[in-house]
Design a protein around this ligand. Structure first.
Ligand code: FMN
Length: 728
């Protein structure tokens, strides 16, 4: 399969370094807990922002005859070395406000030392340090290429954090966690590389040193330490360390080190004798240590730990995705010029190719010569009679990566003779442009003068059930006997939710064998009218979809009972309080518009149900007109109450009924023609048309709209985007 350069880089870098990254991540996660454990010790006695150096030096000098050094560590614990009145030397943690000794500094943990060595150098000294630094750099490149892949997938910076449809566990979480961990991982890797380079002395050495003019050092006027301006201006939070003078000779001074500078202070007068700025490399080094290790901050340590745990997940999910894609390889038994059937595939993540391979195998098994290829490899096919295009859609209705050049190739490649073709679109109803690329391919193939054997067939969410339906339609139309084995493709439904039957009417009481069913999800679920309920009557891959009407926070379905209907039979057998397991499929393309000047709803039969829900939701009273096709008054009785309620509260502006058995074969498309002026006015206004019901009715509606446009001398193509459908 063709893959983009970014995906190729992301994958190659990840595969080549995953062992090292795995080791560095596991050790990194353990090390992230070191600062957390340190911080939990009880040695933080004061807010160091509020304690001045002058104050602390004074209390220490008052408390101990000799003070050697004071230090503030990353946890903001104050460490000191002093000699007591009894002549004992004491070093460890002290209270900076009272100079009281709190406890000795514990020996560094052997375990953490071991893990640190493994993390830094894998116990391989310089070679190990180099390898770890190099892998840090590779992980940086992996993060950048990953970020570019997310940008490509989301189509731009603005949508970087936009919602992602959860179609596949590994892919979904790889992207979601990747986005959130990007910044911490970039920080970890950049600082890791910096710290490694530092160990190899890549950065210039600090050659700055203090320069004291000993000739002019004075011992007068004497000031108390607390009054030294140089000490008063320094808060302990800025201090790294202060060395005390070892004697009361005037040439001995205080050496104060802050993060960004160091200075020497006359022990009698408090005058600054010399001051040097810390080199930029030292500041960077300090910052890198803090950012890389999380030292001094529990929150940052936890962020680092979570980001590093995510790296482990990326290794796992990345491998799962790669393995799935590799399963989808193309191998041909017949050449492109010897085959009568050509299957062309457009696939970004390989799942469509799995379906195409299964179809190819079956066609070959039934004695046909088949050539399978990617859409971007479209070429001349000497003996082709029929082309099957199976393609997914990506981005916002765009081609998948291995098909993005197809439309151009199609217009520049001429075949010796025309062929017939069928297009199968693989997509997801969760995207507004459902299977759009498949429709684009279909239109272009027709434009080239090829014969369309079947209209575009769309498959939502890799449904094997739908694919089976298409295979059966196609084999009838093509006069070929095949059946695709389910074993390689039937994916058992996942993440089914429990629903309880709230009410159900009896099909036998209705002249059309139609019944209504109300369901309540066991747990809270997000759904709206127009979404689909997928049920699995046999508990296997076989799926049946029903359009939902949401009324009073309950799922309403209207179902026609078919004699051997798998789904309708199963639902009809349910009784009040029974449970069933199903899932909701978001059908973004068929939601009631949030904003519109006018909405025209067109339904026949049970297709009215989602509209009942949408009318219930139309609290803004958007002018809405319903053209509803049913058999007779009795059929209408099933929905009469809801429709009357909508008419009286203004949610429905006007109802047009087409009762085919009572008004002499009148269908909704006839009513549209009757109201041609109103329909054209609605199109011109940019109003939305929504159709739900049989495909035959939908085709009739489209024909009607085309005729009305023709009557008004405009091209229907420019209004096509106003029509939304959910027909079966
Ligand atoms: C980022 C992204 C964008 C998608 N955009 C669309 C879309 O615009 N229309 C659509 O019908 N399906 C869309 N899909 C769904 C895919 O077309 C669908 O999952 C398909 O089965 C994937 O097949 P493949 O694995 O062969 O590429 C999108 C999927 C992803 C991950």
């Amino acid at each position: 399969m063709t893959i983009s350069i970014w995906r190729y880089s992301h994958l190659t870098l990840a595969i080549s370094s995953f062992v090292f990254i795995l080791l560095a991540s596991v050790t990194g996660i353990i090390l992230a807990f070191e600062p957390i454990l340190e911080q939990s010790q009880p040695y933080k006695m004061a807010d160091l922002e509020e304690v001045s150096l002058g104050e602390t030096v004074t209390v220490f000098k008052d408390a101990y005859p000799e003070v050697i050094e004071l230090e503030v560590d990353a946890n903001e614990f104050v460490l000191a070395s002093v000699i007591t009145e009894e002549g004992e030397s004491l070093s460890g943690y002290f209270n900076p406000k009272t100079a009281v000794f709190l406890g000795e500094k514990p020996e560094p943990s052997k375990f953490f030392q071991f893990v640190t060595n493994l993390h830094r150098s894998l116990f391989l000294k310089s070679t190990g340090r180099f390898l770890v630094g190099f892998c840090s750099f590779i992980l940086f490149l992996i993060s950048i290429s990953g970020a570019v892949l997310v940008l490509q997938r989301q189509r731009g910076f603005k949508k970087f954090f936009a919602k992602i449809v959860n179609e596949n566990f590994s892919q979904y979480w790889h992207v979601v966690l990747g986005r959130w961990s990007l910044i911490p991982i970039i920080i970890i890797t950049v600082t890791g590389v910096y710290l490694s380079l530092e160990k190899f002395n890549v950065f210039p050495e600090d050659k700055t040193s203090h320069n004291v003019d000993y000739e002019s050092i004075a011992a007068m006027p004497i000031l108390a330490e607390n009054d030294f301006p140089a000490f008063q201006g320094v808060k302990l939070s800025e201090l790294s360390s202060v060395e005390f003078p070892f004697s009361d000779v005037v040439e001995d001074y205080y050496t104060v080190k802050l993060e960004d500078r160091a200075f020497l202070v006359n022990q009698f007068t408090g005058e600054i004798l010399s001051e040097v700025q810390s080199p930029f490399t030292a500041i960077l080094s300090n910052l890198s240590i803090q950012l890389h290790t999380g030292k001094g901050s529990i929150v940052w340590s936890l962020i680092l730990a979570v980001a590093t745990i995510n790296i482990l997940f990326f290794i796992y999910s990345g491998f799962v995705m790669t393995f799935k894609r590799r399963q989808a390889r193309i191998k041909n038994k017949f050449t492109r010029n010897s085959s009568t059937y050509v299957i062309l595939v457009g696939s970004e993540n390989g799942s469509t190719l799995v379906f195409a391979n299964a179809l190819k195998e079956q066609l070959i098994a039934s004695g046909h010569s088949v050539f399978l290829s990617e859409l971007n490899k479209y070429a001349t096919y000497k003996n082709v009679e029929h082309v099957i295009v199976m393609t997914s859609t990506y981005g916002e209705g765009e081609a998948p990566v291995n098909a993005n050049n197809f439309l151009k190739l199609l217009s520049t490649t001429s075949q010796q003779k025309n062929y017939s073709f069928s297009v199968v679109g693989f997509g997801s109803l969760a995207y507004p442009e459902f299977c759009k690329f498949a429709f684009d391919v279909d239109a272009s193939l027709q434009q080239q003068g090829n014969h369309q054997l079947l209209p575009v067939f769309t498959i939502n969410d890799k449904s094997f059930s739908s694919f089976e339906q298409w295979v059966s339609l196609w084999s009838n139309a093509a006069g070929v006997t095949i059946a695709v084995p389910s074993s390689s493709l039937d994916v058992k439904p996942k993440q089914l939710k429990e629903f309880k039957v709230v009410s159900i009417t009896a099909a036998k009481d209705n002249p059309d064998d139609t019944f209504k069913l109300a369901l309540k999800p066991h747990k809270r679920l997000q759904y709206t009218s127009g979404d689909l309920l997928a049920i699995y009557p046999k508990g296997d891959y076989q799926e049946r979809l029903y359009s939902i009407g949401k009324l009073q926070d309950t799922i309403h379905l209207s179902v026609k009972l078919h004699e051997h209907g798998l789904g309708s039979g199963f639902l009809n057998a349910l009784r009040k309080d029974d449970s069933l397991y199903a899932r909701i499929i978001e059908n973004k393309n068929f939601h009631f518009p949030k904003k519109s000047d006018r909405v025209v709803m067109i339904s026949n039969g049970t297709g009215i149900l989602p509209f009942l829900g949408m009318l219930d939701q139309n609290t803004k009273n958007i002018p809405t007109y319903l053209y509803c096709g049913l058999r007779n008054q009795q059929s209408f009785a099933l929905y009469e109450n809801e429709l009357n309620a909508s008419l009286s509260n203004g949610h429905l502006t006007k109802l047009h009924l087409a009762l085919s058995q009572e008004q002499g074969k009148v269908y909704v498309q006839d009513l549209l023609m009757r109201d041609a002026d109103f329909i054209f006015e609605t199109l011109s206004l940019g109003g939305i048309f929504m159709a739900c019901g049989s495909l035959k009715m939908y085709q009739g509606v489209l024909e009607g709209l085309k005729t009305i446009c023709k009557m008004n001398k405009v091209d229907f193509e420019s209004f096509k985007h106003l029509v939304r459908s959910d027909c079966y």
